[in-house]
Design a protein around this ligand. Structure first.
Ligand code: G4F
Length: 339
């Protein structure tokens, strides 16, 4: 009988970490996850995997360089998925140093220890479409990077380091992930902020959504599809870079309009710039622009070209935009507002 595969997931309590943990547990892996010690409860999906015995948690902060020797010795993983990051781009302008420590220095420390202790490990780095910044669309694995914020700069440095280790013969792969959403997305991100706020509007708890740049364009996929891509990247016969995207874009305004419809509200948009707003079919204001949510810079147009991952790994995003919006709105409608 072959040995049970062990996978270590950093960032396991996040959206992607929890979906990936479920996927790997279903596939028979012994899943190990790194968790920052905090007084917050574990997300229900993680707690239930832990109780079922298919998940072992290790505690520590990825910015602590001394952590990896202990954790990697304890779990001796066959695969490592590095999903932990300071993932809030708006915040990265204010916390550039912390962003670099988490998104670059921690990767550097982890790779140094992993390639020594478990040299045959298959390592998947969660890179980001933000690395492309203003590069012309659509972007592929060969598009030059043009990062526009501290988050993207740190992700570029981490990916370049991954390439150095790959050249030395280690299995270090990079998933260049475009935006991917789900009911497990934090409300710091625009899609979940929208679905959650419209659920509260439907409950009568809030009257309207305050939002930033509604013209921002994103290539939005569905997170459970994307963690399947991560696993395929890890299982490929050689380490490589893959753009993980739908190839289809929408604006923040499209997301808001679709989410409102899920709650029976037809929006009518008017105005421009900071005076733009949307009223519903009853004439009630439902969306206003709040400049506090604007960012100092925005990437031009992020559209991924997923041809390579389709061709090589036979992976394709299967959940369309409107279905993702509907799944998120239904989940928020069904959940207690404080959760
Ligand atoms: O949902 P967002 O905060 O995601 P963003 O910045 O695209 O980053 C996410 O996707 C990246 C992959 O491309 C990851 F690397 C990253 O870690 C993260 O997962 O913002 C999306 C867009 C932006 O253009 C933002 O300016 O929505 C715009 N926006 C407009 N109003 C807003 C808001 N974003 C947030 N968070 N809140 C607003 O009120």
């Amino acid at each position: 009988m072959s040995e049970q595969r062990r996978a270590l997931i950093t960032g396991i309590t996040g959206q992607d970490g929890s979906y990936l943990a479920e996927l790997l547990a279903q596939k028979g892996y012994a899943v190990h996850g790194l968790v920052r010690r905090s007084s917050r409860e574990l997300p229900p999906a993680i707690e239930s995997l832990r109780l079922s015995g298919s998940l072992t948690l290790h505690y520590g902060d990825i910015r602590d360089a001394s952590l990896w020797e202990r954790v990697l010795t304890e779990c001796l993983p066959h695969e490592i998925y590095n999903l932990a990051s300071q993932s809030n781009i708006g915040l990265s302008f204010h916390c550039a140093e912390e962003t670099t420590e988490t998104n670059y220095t921690a990767v550097k420390n982890l790779l140094a220890v992993a390639t020594r202790l478990v040299p045959t490990v298959r390592f998947v780095q969660a890179s980001s479409s933000e690395m492309f910044g203003d590069a012309p669309a659509p972007q592929s694995e060969t598009t030059p990077f043009a990062p526009k914020n501290p988050y993207a700069v740190a992700k570029v440095r981490a990916q370049e380091l991954c390439h150095e280790y790959r050249q030395q013969g280690f299995f270090i792969a990079c998933a260049i992930m475009y935006n991917h959403e789900s009911p497990r997305r934090s409300r710091q991100f625009v899609t979940r902020k929208i679905s959650y706020t419209f659920a509260n509007i439907a409950r009568g708890i809030e009257s309207h959504l305050s939002i930033g740049n509604v013209h921002a364009v994103r290539d939005w996929g569905y997170a459970p599809d994307y963690v399947e891509a991560l696993w395929r990247i890890a299982r490929h016969h050689e380490p490589d870079d893959f753009v993980v995207a739908t190839g289809v874009t929408h604006t923040v305004q499209d997301f808001i309009t679709a989410a409102a419809l899920e709650f029976g509200l037809s929006l009518f948009w008017s105005g421009a710039g900071t005076t733009m707003q949307a009223v519903d079919q009853h004439g009630t204001t439902r969306v206003v622009i709040d400049p506090q949510y604007f960012r100092p810079t925005e990437p031009h147009t992020l559209i991924g070209d997923p041809q390579k991952i389709k061709r090589v790994l036979h992976w394709e995003a299967t959940t369309p935009f409107l279905e993702t919006v509907a799944i998120m709105c239904r989940a928020d409608a069904a959940t207690h507002p404080e959760r």
